[in-house]
Design a protein around this ligand. Sequence first.
Ligand SMILES: C[S@@+](CC[C@H](N)C(=O)[O-])C[C@H]1O[C@@H](n2cnc3c(N)ncnc32)[C@H](O)[C@@H]1O
Length: 209
Amino acid sequence: MSLPDGVERHAFGGTTSIATRGHPEYGERTDGEWRRWDPHRSKLGAMLEIGMETGLTADQKALYLGAAAGTTASHVADFGGPTYAVEFAPRPTRDLLDVAERRPNLFPLLKDARKPETYAHVVEPVDVLVQDVATRGQGRVATLNRQFLREDGYLLAAIKARSEDVTADPEDVFDDVVSDIGDAYDVVATESLAPYHDDHLGVVARPRR
Ligand SMILES: C[S@@+](CC[C@H](N)C(=O)[O-])C[C@H]1O[C@@H](n2cnc3c(N)ncnc32)[C@H](O)[C@@H]1O
């Protein structure tokens, strides 16, 4: 597995895990300046932990969709460059503001990821688009936000089957969502995020030229 500079495997007591350096935010284990990037709490962490090639780099600009209280966005900002974090629910955004207070490169946006026109004036072209919105229409959210991604960038999406249809077979849901993503991207890898997250699919895709 190739990890970006600033993300390392680190021992926390009996557990070896990926980790970044920064202020702890969600009760994760720490060792000196290192904080565990808990793959059980973070789908992007799970994608890294299971060895998906993400294209993440230390100098990247990132747009993060579905930031919630900033659990994963905090790690992305720990090792990366400017990180725009979109979240539409006010309650988690309040916590996200505290996380951003400690990270000058993390920019919270209280916005709806289905309405990219409402933040297009703020967000510069990015190298990586991370998506974890857990809402219906996850493929469409990815295609709507393709406009922010540089030609050589990466989409890293965590697809939650139950957010599309609680009764459908997750594999059928994944096929549909990946097909929707394929409208604007070339999908290069998909992996189940089990055992860290049941019924979630990790997707790596490149914008279609
Ligand atoms: C599974 S949680 C994200 C967890 C987060 N990515 C992390 O790892 O820390 C999904 C989040 O997406 C947000 N969300 C869902 N639909 C959204 C939308 N259309 N625009 C912005 N945020 C959305 C939800 O409010 C929720 O906070």
